[in-house]
Design a binder for this molecule. Structure first.
Ligand code: ADP
Ligand code: MG
Length: 604
């Protein structure tokens, strides 16, 4: 047989390699920012448009590159950071593979401008899909500016794979956070679609955290400091009472590199044991320093995983130092030697008497009882579907009962005899007797389905009713969380939210959906943020869908809530007015039927 193996041309090889390094605009931001950090920049500016889909620009005042290097840096395996194989075991820079720029240049239009201190003139190169289009001299200060346009222009499949701007922007902000947190001695700014999202001056670790996540964060931080022969730990954990339902602020750095380590995360969780409710996630910003020779950062191409030589000792040490800090904090909460006066209470509040916080727990929480508007609103909405419903029920299209005969026959002879068609089982299931057997409905999932369809309809038709709050509700969220809320502001308003302020880290709400209690708002929004952040990339759900699912989940009547007969019937009615009563918004079964024939079988 003839020889058939060929070497791939460089630009093809680069394009393939790019797939591994550059998954989305955020990967470009990460690689470019890392290069600027490696180039010892003292100030880094990131400019993004359309979530990086149109343009990404990173501007630094670092070392810059010579004219030759400016051209060479786009070659694969071109790096100034390692020279020999031995260097691989002693890495002090972010990059070392020499792949990033080659990959980026293979799949976009890149303009590089760079100048080193000792030269009068800089150089400017324009590259399209790995091909150098032009190179000329440029007048500019020391440093490097890289602009990446039309990412994935030559890989439509990839481009189509990108998520909504909200999701992609979130990924970008995540990467930005990680690098900004690890390098407080560098000033960072970020502009998104022309507006400044972050402006972070050079500062301390603590102040950097506060600058990113909002002034309120400061009082939540508990310092953690410990040093042993193998590892030095420094950083902060967030007080247990501020633990969240989502994995919000969990940052773990090793030698200033952000990493993910489920194993060490477990060490942190176990240090919080007994201090927070089951299922909550503690926040932390922890910086570990270990000998570069004792870790292997080589195992993952995007380098968020790491291998330690002595993982077990690090686990134990981390756990005990956090426990120690938390313990100390509970004995002497005011001890904070590194207190930064800038972060103190603003002058105007100094003389005010502190108000002791109250916790509002509504033990009688029952979404069926509290708001008459909900009912009437739902009722009119029900009316919309009833006609439609009957047709569909008759055709059996949506509800796949084991026995077709049960369709639409909820109130039957039994009711006439006893006046009761439903029972609640363990405050969890609603049992309804039907013509041919028994219907078992999961109350929480059923209500989720009802709310989901209602919310989705409200968002689409924009006709939600809102309840005006007597006093606007002021809530503190991190800046990035506010950005997320901003990006879905319109949809939220369609569900009944009215925002009076929405900027920096403050959110002021003057109206809320009628179905929501004011005391629940913070939880509802937190859950929503968690859901948005945890959204499986590429799952292909729309924002509206996600929003409706999340709100439905937060607001649905919980398992454990006792419902009276009227409420049970009301829920069943609402459920069967839904387009798809048989499945929850997350595709779980909402109801099952046991028909007599099925029951008979059990007795054979
Ligand atoms: P790596 O960072 O792994 O070395 P890259 O492809 O990211 O590989 O970059 C290639 C080389 O280009 C770097 O090693 C560095 O010498 C040079 N370089 C890239 N970005 C910058 C920058 N912002 N300032 C100075 N030099 C840079
Ligand atoms: Mg690099």
């Amino acid at each position: 047989m003839a020889d058939i193996i060929q070497l791939l041309p460089d630009h093809v090889a680069n394009q393939i390699a790019a797939g591994e390094v550059i998954q989305r605009p955020a990967s470009v931001i990460k690689e470019l920012m890392e290069n600027s950090i490696d180039a010892k920049a003292s100030s880094i500016k990131v400019v993004v448009k359309d979530a990086g889909k149109t343009i990404i620009q990173v501007i630094d005042d670092g070392l810059g590159m010579s004219t030759t290097d400016a051209r060479l840096c786009f070659e694969r395996h071109a790096t100034s950071k390692i020279r020999t194989a031995d260097d691989l075991f002693n890495i002090h820079t972010k990059g070392f593979r020499g792949e990033a720029l080659a990959s980026i240049a293979a799949i976009s239009h890149v303009e590089l401008k760079t100048k080193i201190e000792s030269l009068e003139l800089g150089t400017q190169i324009y590259i399209e899909g790995s091909k150098v289009i032009s190179q000329e001299a440029a007048v500019m200060p020391k440093g490097t500016t890289i602009s990446v346009k039309n990412l994935f222009y030559n890989i439509p499949a990839r481009r189509n794979f990108l998520k909504s701007n909200t999701v992609e922007t979130r990924h970008i902000i995540d990467e930005f956070h990680r690098l900004a947190l690890a390098h407080p001695q560098i000033a960072f700014t970020m502009l998104n679609n022309g507006s400044t999202v972050f402006n972070l001056p050079t500062t301390s670790k603590r102040q950097r955290i506060v600058n990113i996540f909002g002034a309120k964060t400061n009082e939540k931080l508990v310092p953690v400091i410990e040093e042993t022969d193998i590892v030095k730990v420094e950083g902060f954990v967030i007080k247990p009472q501020f633990a969240k339902k989502s994995k919000g602020e969990q940052f773990f750095f090793v030698n200033n590199r952000f990493i993910k380590s489920p194993y060490l995360n477990h060490a942190i969780l176990s240090a919080f044991e007994g201090l927070m409710k089951e299922g909550m996630h503690p926040g932390y910003f922890l910086f570990l320093e270990v000998d570069t020779k004792s870790i292997d950062i080589n195992i993952h191409p995007t380098k968020t995983e790491i291998k330690f030589d002595d993982e077990h000792s690090i686990y134990a040490m981390l756990r005990s130092s956090i426990k120690h800090s938390l313990g100390q904090f509970s004995i002497a909460p005011v001890l904070d030697f590194k207190k930064n006066s800038e972060l103190d209470t603003p002058y105007a509040y100094n003389k005010k008497n502190p108000v002791s916080p109250t916790i509002e727990v509504d033990r009688n929480f029952n979404p069926f009882m509290r708001d008459t508007p909900v009912r009437s609103k739902t009722a009119s909405w029900e009316a919309m579907y009833v006609g439609l419903k009957q047709d569909e029920a008759q055709s059996g299209k949506h509800i796949e009962f084991e026995s077709k005969e049960v369709n639409g026959s909820l109130n039957d002879t039994y009711e006439e005899e006893t006046g009761q068609t439903t029972f609640q089982l363990q405050n969890k299931y609603i049992i309804s007797l039907i013509k041919n057997g028994i219907l078992v409905i999961h109350q929480n999932l059923a209500h989720q389905r009802v709310l989901y369809e209602e919310i989705l309809k409200n968002i689409t038709l924009q006709e939600a009713v809102s309840q005006q709050l007597l006093f606007p509700l002021k809530l503190q969220f991190s800046k990035p969380d506010i950005e997320i809320i901003k990006s879905i502001q319109e949809q939220l308003e369609h569900t009944g939210f009215v925002f009076s302020t929405l900027k920096d880290d403050t959110l002021e709400i003057s109206g809320i959906p009628v179905a929501v209690l004011e005391s629940d708002i913070k939880n509802v929004l937190e859950q929503l943020l968690a859901d948005i952040k945890g959204e499986v990339p590429d799952a292909g759900f729309s924002q509206n869908d996600l929003l409706a699912k999340s709100l439905a989940k937060s607001l649905a009547v919980k398992v454990g809530t006792s419902l009276n007969k009227e409420e049970q019937e009301h829920l069943i009615h609402q459920l069967f007015a839904c387009k798809e009563p048989a499945v929850s918004p997350n595709n779980k079964p909402v109801l099952i039927t046991l028909d007599v024939a099925g029951i008979d079988k059990k007795f054979m």
